[in-house]
Write a protein that binds this ligand. Sequence first.
Ligand code: CP
Length: 303
Amino acid sequence: MTNKSLVSITDYSKEKILSILDKAAAFEANPNQKILDGKVIATLFFEPSTRTRLSFETAVNRLGGRVIGFSDAATSSSSKGETLKDTIIMVSNYADLIVMRHPIEGAARYASEVSRVPIINARDGANQHPTQTMLDLYSIKKTQGTLENLSITMVGDLKYGRTVHSLLMAMSHFNPTFNFIAPNELKMPDEYKMFCKSKGIKFTELNELNEEAISDTDILYMTRVQKERFTDLFEYEKVKNVYTLKNKLLENTKENLRILHPLPRVTEIDADVDDNPKAYYFTQAKNGVFARQAVICDLLGLV
Ligand code: CP
């Protein structure tokens, strides 16, 4: 069974991205409406979350819908061995739309094939997190006034970081210039560099995060080194503290530069940076409510 779902950011064309961003702006201007009155949205989180689950639930509550679901798979019958297929068929009997986070890559696509209602992928392992990309794009457009011709520096775990991979693919519509800063162990995978080459997108690769590396940058996208993606913890220990952004490094950067981070952060941004006007990551997370309101209503054909 197939339906209209959002599984990967590649499900969205450039026109669709821009249309959803316009809708998100309208929701930011007026976040409390009764558009979802009578609708039930299920949030099935088989992995932990703070921002994604709570911002989805806030998005639904502010639009007058109801939320069911679980934030811990141990409290669901999957802990008794119920398959994902059966879980999705059951929940699609109850809800009008399902938001799902699952540890297995491809789980969201599979769920979309067996569900009677739209699925929103709230992350499937190290694969895709398309609504994170939509809120990232919304944040970039809000802070820069455009998505076109921007210089974007991505820092940290560029190997396992699904948010940078999805952002790279989405920004490819808008003629970006990328700067990839990572230790050799966590470099941007070849498939994404090949993708850039195939689209004529300029990129550079560096190991060091220093003033020169970010002097032309509009968006500084920091990422966490994800301990949970390493099978060898010795390898994690080698790279876990490789970059820490400090205020000093930002002194000579462009006025319009904004620092984004999908969060949670660990040590990659000093707490002192939080008060810097260029720090945008907490507002970025807040923008998730509006971007998710737009995605939900679009999938349900309500705006
Ligand atoms: N950015 C993000 O997905 O955060 P959570 O894991 O807290 O949902």
